[in-house]
Design a protein around this ligand. Structure first.
Ligand code: FE2
Length: 174
C-alpha cells in the first residue's frame, strides 16, 4: 500500500512538472506601460479596429495594473514582414497595463487569417496580474466561416462581434 502511494505521488509530481514545462512564459508589460496604445503604425493597411475592455477578478472587481501583451498578424496574415511569419517575434504588438478602473484599449487593424489555412483571423492576448493565473487567449471574430462551435465554449478563444469598427472584451483573471 505504501509503495503504491509513493509511486502515485511520483506520477502526479511528474505530470505537473511536465505541464508547467510545456507552457511558454507570459510576456509581461513594463510597470510604466500605458493603458491605451496602438498595435499598428499609422497608415498600416487594413480595416481599422478599436479594441477595448476591462480586466476583472472572478468576483467582477476591476484589477488595476494588470499586464497585457497583445499581438497579431497584418491584414494578409503575416506576423513579420511578408513572407516572414514568426509569432515569437511579431511586428504588430503592444504592451499595456490596465488603469485604476481595470480599463485598457488599443487601436489596430483587423488581422488577416494565416495564408492558405483554416485558422480564423485572431488577436492574441497574454494577460497577468500578481497572485492570479495568467489568461492566454485569442479574440476571433463572430460570423467568420472558419470560427467553429468549439471556439464558442473553449476558454482559449473569445468570439466577439465587430460593431461599427469596435470590439469589446471582458478579461477575467482567477
Ligand atoms: Fe496566431
Amino acid at each position: 500500500m505504501r509503495r503504491t502511494c509513493i509511486r502515485l505521488a511520483f506520477v502526479i509530481l511528474c505530470a505537473c512538472a511536465g505541464s508547467a514545462a510545456a507552457q511558454s512564459p507570459i510576456h509581461e508589460a513594463p510597470p510604466s506601460a500605458p493603458s491605451t496604445g496602438r498595435v499598428v503604425p499609422r497608415g498600416e493597411p487594413g480595416q481599422a479596429l478599436h479594441v477595448s475592455g476591462l480586466v476583472v477578478d472572478s468576483g467582477g472587481k476591476p484589477i488595476a495594473g494588470a499586464s497585457l501583451y497583445v499581438y497579431q498578424t497584418d491584414h494578409e496574415g503575416y506576423y513579420g514582414v511578408k513572407p516572414a511569419s514568426d509569432n515569437r517575434n511579431p511586428r504588430l504588438k503592444v504592451f499595456l497595463r490596465s488603469d485604476a478602473q481595470g480599463a485598457w484599449s488599443f487601436d489596430t487593424i483587423k488581422p488577416g487569417a494565416y495564408p492558405g489555412g483554416q485558422v480564423p483571423a485572431h488577436i492574441h492576448f497574454e494577460v497577468s496580474a500578481p497572485g492570479l493565473a495568467p489568461n492566454v487567449f485569442e479574440i476571433v471574430f463572430a460570423g467568420e466561416p472558419s470560427v467553429t462551435s468549439m471556439m464558442q465554449t473553449n476558454p482559449a478563444f473569445s468570439v466577439r462581434p465587430i460593431e461599427n469598427g469596435r470590439v469589446t472584451e471582458r478579461i477575467v483573471l482567477r
